[in-house]
Ligand binder design. Structure first.
Ligand code: ARG
Length: 457
């Protein structure tokens, strides 16, 4: 059944019906669609546009449809154009002519705008829970590893030693920002488009404040043309989701590198690895690779929707129907990735000795040797040069800085004393770095305290 058959004299071409239909994907928000209709009907009765008896009958019909879809007794078929037509047709079938009053003062344009916002709002809540779970896992790993040394890198070259707690703490900050982005989007989108009609409102005395309140919005939107054609919140969401994926992808890349035979910093649990059909020895980090790979897919959704929206005149255009599949796919992808990634990192085994010995070699303590000289009055630029000579000397002899004898140190600079060994030990290099945000014991303790408060809030 078509909602708009009256003006037409011919049947729709079957290919046109298929091309135009959105029911295969917009059925995803049947619940939000019915919730919106229930609020709309409550308002129509309150305003005297329909009677109380009619409202009661329609609500009963809508609730029974919701229940039957949920428990699998009512199958959503492709015969209808979209979920809105499907629900209305079944309502009329169940309660008769009164059902025909449901769409009074409403258009599918404000209806779909509402449904998509309600759906997005619910999903943002679920994504936020998943990011929070990931933060809890990261926090746990941080707490257990404030003294687990590893090299910190720049240019993927060993730079200065840090700890696992510090390295994971960087991701903690990233995912914390992701949550605050989601929060901002949920706040900004929370205005109800319902009652905007096709584009220019309606002559019925609708109470838009009332439906907004019933549906948990902060209020109604203020321009009916914008209300039916605004998809900014989806673009913002896809952007925030892309950023989450970018963070997961960077993290995945590190997991893959650390898990490689060359690094062996970590071992991914068997439950989160896969094998090769030909090479019996293989244990591959497929989950991390897939998360990294799916990042492109989520970016694609963002670019697709931006492109779809570009150049659309006001107000509603059918192009906008394209917002759904991109968004649904991106949301489902991100949720899947977050859940799997959290499972993977919470079961990772750290090869702490390998990490610590890697942190030790590669002259990661060179800066500290220079700082030692600075503390004894040598200007930093000169100290940098002196330690450069030490490093060169060590490379030639194939030894580490701390393996030089005091005589060798003093040959290059007389400022060195026996306490140089203590000053460039791995423990000193890490634990003495206590500026805010640094890996030192005190600085980390402060951050862990703040993280605890953040996770409790
Ligand atoms: N399926 C449509 C969409 O997703 C619903 C709105 C249809 N409105 C219209 N004027 N054809 O955008």
């Amino acid at each position: 059944m078509k909602l708009w058959g009256g003006r037409f004299t011919k049947e729709t071409n079957q290919l046109v019906h298929n091309f135009n239909a959105s029911i295969s994907f917009d059925q995803k928000f049947y619940k939000q669609d019915i919730d919106g209709s229930i609020a709309h009907v409550a308002m129509l009765a309150k305003q005297g546009i329909i009677s109380i008896a009619e409202k009661d009958l329609i609500m009963k019909g809508l609730s029974s449809i919701m229940e039957d879809i949920s428990n699998g007794n009512l199958e959503i078929d492709a015969e209808h154009e979209d979920i809105h037509s499907f629900v209305e047709a079944h309502l009329i079938e169940r309660i008769g002519d009164t059902g025909k009053k449901l769409h009074t003062g409403r258009s599918r344009n404000d209806q779909v705008a509402l449904d998509m916002k309600l759906y997005t709002r619910d999903e943002i809540g679920e994504i936020d829970d998943l990011v929070k779970n990931l933060l809890l896992s990261i926090d746990k790993i941080m707490r257990a590893n404030t003294e687990t040394f590893m090299p910190g890198f720049t240019h993927l070259q060993k730079a200065q030693p840090v700890t696992i707690a510090h390295h994971f703490g960087a991701y903690f900050e990233m995912f914390k920002r992701d949550r605050s982005r989601l929060f901002d989007i949920a706040k900004r989108l929370n205005l109800s488009p319902l009652g905007s009609g096709a584009l220019a409102g309606t002559t019925y005395p609708l109470d838009r404040e009332y439906t907004a309140q019933l549906l948990g919005f902060d209020g109604p939107t203020l321009n009916s043309m914008d209300s039916v054609s605004d998809r900014d919140y989806l673009i913002e969401l896809l952007s925030a989701l892309s950023t989450i994926m970018m963070h997961l992808s960077r993290f995945s890349e590190e997991i893959i590198i650390w898990n490689s035979n060359e690094y062996r910093f970590i071992e991914i649990d068997d439950a989160f690895s896969t094998g090769s059909s030909i090479m019996p020895q293989k244990k591959n980090p497929d989950i991390a690779e897939l998360v990294r790979g799916k990042t492109g897919r989520v970016y694609g959704s963002l670019i697709s929707l931006l492109t779809t929206m570009k150049g659309l005149p006001l107000a509603y255009n059918k192009d906008m129907q394209e917002d759904k599949e991109f968004t649904f796919d991106a949301i489902d992808t991100v949720k899947g990735c977050l859940a799997l990634f959290t499972g993977m990192i919470s079961t990772i085994k750290f090869n702490k000795e390998i990490m610590a010995s890697s942190a030790k070699n590669g002259f990661t303590n060179a800066t500290d040797a220079a700082d030692y000289l600075v503390n004894r009055g040598v200007p930093f630029r000169d100290a940098h040069g002196i330690v450069g000579q030490l490093v060169l000397y060590c490379i030639e002899k194939d030894i580490a800085l701390e393996e030089m004898s005091l005589a060798e140190f003093q040959l290059i600079s007389p400022v060195f004393d026996p306490d140089i060994y203590e000053a460039i030990s791995l423990t000193t290099c890490v634990n003495k770095r206590n500026t805010i945000g640094a890996p030192g014991t005190e600085a980390m303790a402060q951050v862990l305290q703040l993280n605890e408060e953040y996770l409790k809030a």
